[in-house]
Design a protein around this ligand. Structure first.
Ligand code: BES
Ligand code: MN
Ligand code: ZN
Length: 493
């Protein structure tokens, strides 16, 4: 996919197709740049025939309309003008791609993004136009040898006047960087767990570090032992794949500026360990490294934008498998913080690898620490697949993330971290247990993490319901790279 800004009047522009939005009142969305009066009156008279309703999902192709050099016009229904919100706008962009895929076109002049979207402006609209186009055109087919669809790519022309040209070019740059980050996150998620191992994630991190001039360390088992990460190592013990502890540092801010830290859960396969999971849909536990993938994706975006900020990415990564040497229910582990943990369920392994990473983060004297994890099935029960669970010990940080989620359409919903829940983690034999019972399972998981984050402002994102889709549309979503990128960019301004 390619996107470029065009400042010519439409009459002079040549492309294979022109895309216009139409409301259900049959009003065509246009401005002085997009259509001349001959064209608009022609389209309006055709619409009177009733072959297109203007409802969301409706569309119509017109040929050889006078007043423009573009021989095909694709009309996309936007529904009720007053009800066009961000979600409906995204759906319209997806509908456009769906129609374009059926047509014989390559270059596309779009005016879909000039519709007035609730809460959006020309910048927001263009950004989400690009995001949505890139999102729907992603496909993970690297490992298919038959029935491969030929991938269609389009060259989008975005019309602009001189005044907005610079702004739009900036938007395209940001959107492209974000799209690349999201694409990486999706690919890492979709890769099979026999390829995407902890070692593989380490290599990918190294590639990103090299490409964008970041500091990169990939610690191996011995170095992790030296750091006394007994909790992380407890999980890693059940697997033949060696664990890695990845530290990526983008140090392009002022020397004294405290870093933003992103920590991603990197379980490349979660069979549950000795507390083994049922067989149904177990393949989806390859997505248990989507937190890690979102950190790497966000670092790709940060690298492409070369942001003048200090940002640290930390990824503890291993597999959670049953084995003769695996951690057992009843085992007690000593975390890097010194706190002891009774493992009552080996399937609650995410918190066990994250707690040591959270302790490690202290050495950077962070501005804020945000961890991202496919942590609990309970979060999926609570929030479904639309919002990621947000927990925080700092109201300002929580508000900033909520607002970034709103702008990026990668939304979060804040959950309680009340003291009341902490006692569910009591253990008779250690400082805490690693599970807190069925009630409030996502909350008690966050409470567990909170015991390791006392020294800084911290937020936890439970992305178990948002990082990937199940069923026929199975695949990684790339969330919450959009949210994290927006949060970081908001900090810059
Ligand atoms: N990786 C899972 C959480 C998960 C479940 C993510 C479903 C995506 C979809 C996590 O490691 C896990 O197994 N959590 C357990 C915790 C329980 C044993 C307290 C869970 O949610 O069942
Ligand atoms: Mn698990
Ligand atoms: Zn897990």
């Amino acid at each position: 996919m390619k996107f470029s800004i065009k400042i010519d009047q439409l009459e002079k522009q040549v492309s294979d197709v022109l895309v216009l939005g139409v409301y259900d009142s049959l009003k065509v969305v246009f401005d002085k740049l997009s259509l001349n009066t001959t064209t608009i009156s022609h389209i309006t008279s055709i619409l009177k025939h009733g072959d297109m309703s203007g409802k969301a999902g409706s569309s119509l192709i017109l040929y050889n309309i006078p007043g423009t050099k573009i021989s095909k016009i694709l009309l996309i229904g936007l529904g009720k003008e007053k009800e066009l919100d961000g979600k409906k706008y995204q759906a319209a962009v997806r509908a456009m791609i769906y129609e374009l895929n059926k047509m014989d076109v390559k270059t596309v002049t779009s005016y879909l993004q000039i519709a007035s979207v609730q809460g959006g402006d020309i910048v927001w609209n263009l950004e989400h136009f690009v995001n949505e186009v890139m999102d729907v055109s992603y496909e993970f087919a690297e490992l298919k040898t038959i029935e491969k669809k030929a991938k269609k790519t389009f060259n989008f022309f975005i019309a602009s006047d001189k005044k907005n040209q610079k702004i739009f070019e900036g938007v395209l740059k940001k959107s492209f960087a974000l799209a690349k980050g999201i694409e990486l996150t999706k690919t890492l998620g979709d890769l099979p767990p026999n390829i995407c191992t902890p070692t593989y994630l380490g290599k990918k991190a190294q590639e990103i570090g090299k490409e964008y001039g970041m500091k990169i360390e990939v610690l191996d088992q011995k170095q992790i032992e030296k750091l006394k990460m007994g909790s992380f190592l407890g999980v890693a013990k059940g697997s033949r794949q060696p664990p890695k502890f990845i530290v990526l540092q983008h140090n392009k801010g002022k020397k004294m500026q405290k870093p933003i830290i992103l920590i991603g859960k990197g379980i490349t396969f979660d069979a549950g360990g000795i507390s083994i999971k049922p067989a149904g849909d177990m393949d989806e536990m390859k997505y248990d490294m989507c937190g890690a993938a979102s950190v790497l994706g966000t670092f790709k975006t940060i690298g492409l934008l070369n942001l003048p900020m200090n940002i640290v990415g930390i990824i503890p990564t291993c597999e959670n498998l049953p084995d003769g040497l695996a951690v057992k229910p009843g085992d007690i582990l000593t975390s890097m913080s010194g706190q002891t943990i009774e493992v009552l369920n080996t399937d609650a392994e995410g918190r066990l690898i994250l707690c040591d990473a959270l302790t490690y983060a202290e050495r950077f004297n962070p501005e804020v620490v945000i961890d991202i994890a496919t942590l609990t099935g309970a979060c999926v029960i609570a929030l479904g697949h639309h919002a990621s669970g947000l927990y925080s010990n700092d109201d300002k940080l929580a508000k900033d993330l909520e607002s970034a989620g709103q702008i990026s359409m990668d939304r979060v919903w804040r959950m309680p971290l009340w003291e009341d829940y902490q006692s569910q983690l009591n253990s008779n034999f250690a400082d805490m247990a690693n599970i807190g019972g069925r009630a409030g399972g996502s909350i008690t998981a966050a409470c567990f993490l909170s015991r390791f984050t006392k020294k800084y402002k911290w937020a936890h994102l439970d992305i178990a319901g948002t990082a990937y889709k199940s069923g026929k549309a199975k695949g990684a979503t790339g969330r919450p790279v959009g949210l994290l990128t927006q949060y970081i960019l908001d900090k810059l301004h």
